[in-house]
Design a protein around this ligand. Sequence first.
Ligand code: TYD
Ligand code: MG
Length: 454
Amino acid sequence: MAKPQKTFACANCGCVYTKWQGKCDDCNDWNTISEQTAAVSGAPKGLSKQKGSTVSLVSLNEPVVNAPRTLSGISEFDRALGGGFVAGSAVLIGGDPGIGKSTLLLQAMAALALKGEDCVYFSGEEATAQIQMRADRLGLSKAPLKLGSETSLRNILTTLDNGPAPKAVVIDSIQTLFADHVEAAPGTVSQVRVCAHELISFAKRRGIIVLIVGHVTKDGQIAGPRVLEHMVDTVLYFEGDRGHQFRILRAVKNRFGGTDEIGVFEMTGLGLQEVTNPSELFLADHNTREPGTAVFAGIEGSRPLLVEIQALVARSSAANPRRAVVGWDSGRLAMVLAVLDARGGLGLSGCDVYLNVAGGLKISEPAADLAVAAALMSSLSQSALPQETVVFGEISLSGDVRSVSQTENRLKEATKLGFARAIMPKAKKTGSHGIKPQTVARVGELVEHFFPDA
Ligand code: TYD
Ligand code: MG
């Protein structure tokens, strides 16, 4: 019989190697590769001759019962989930340490328990007394939520199997869980993978909603394995700047709803509070009279969101001028700078450029191009944009301003917050709002606005 072959896996991205090496070629992390245990890495043997049972096949148009949804009672959480929890589904919640994952789940489970649902919260990181103290501070100690402090997968599954199945279970966090049949330390790929697999199949079998907390590594991935993301039905990231009060719960994968849907919260002394009108929060202290700022009318998921974009452009004598971006893609900034240089002749390549999305929000929409360009030119020309103006539109490499989706929604939100003008691409439907649209077809027109003499 052939000797079983050893395999090695990266604890960060799950990439598998046949021999050990110091650096993972896939994610470029050092010292993350370790030997996998045979239980996990063993190559599957050929199927035996024994016959299986036939699977009953159904046609696409056969009537189905829609998965019943359970609302958590925290509407921003339900929104990120695409309309509440689905029974038997697994949800992974990732985020930096201290961002508020445990707080969010404690609040959500307490709210669910108060509605009469049976919920269990297992923590491998905190003692039950610690959780009780937190719940007390948040005014949730009356909620009939069951707590457990446990890291053994076997004990957790035995507890859950004992009696009727609860509605929802929280595992905080998957990295602390330990399956005793796998010879690896908690937090390693093999452990995380086995524990998650066991939990998810158990939940599917009994129709339990399982919420798994996963830590995030320094470079922003859910620690340990990306494989976890494939195993669960929904992946939510809890993000935000610890220097700022608000937090964003973002769906990055959802088998039961749209992705890129966000829920907005504010971290207060009394736990996480929902923010139902995020634009007001992000624009709270913006000042349109200052050069270098532009208000971007964006869309996050299904919801319009106004944010302030701040730019600082300064002539530099350095050979490689500085480029610093917070909240936007630096590659995208390089592209906008190059287009402004090539189509507007602004000479930005000799300037230090700093760009910041106010409040710590991260924007990924290409529709922000025009707002970024406006903020950059406003800073360079030291002239502010006209008062009460929002900006949006995608810039192509040729310098054209392309139309973007959901123009009506963007304008509606801007009207609601007292804006009167919009610098935007030509759109077929703008609706009848109190907004005066100023359409631009090419970035050159915006350059002329800021530099009329050029
Ligand atoms: P926590 O939920 O423990 O974070 P995670 O589980 O993601 O590691 O949140 C901890 C932080 O939240 C901590 O730094 C303090 C802050 N916090 C508040 O500001 N107000 C509160 O009411 C609570 C419970 C926490
Ligand atoms: Mg925690």
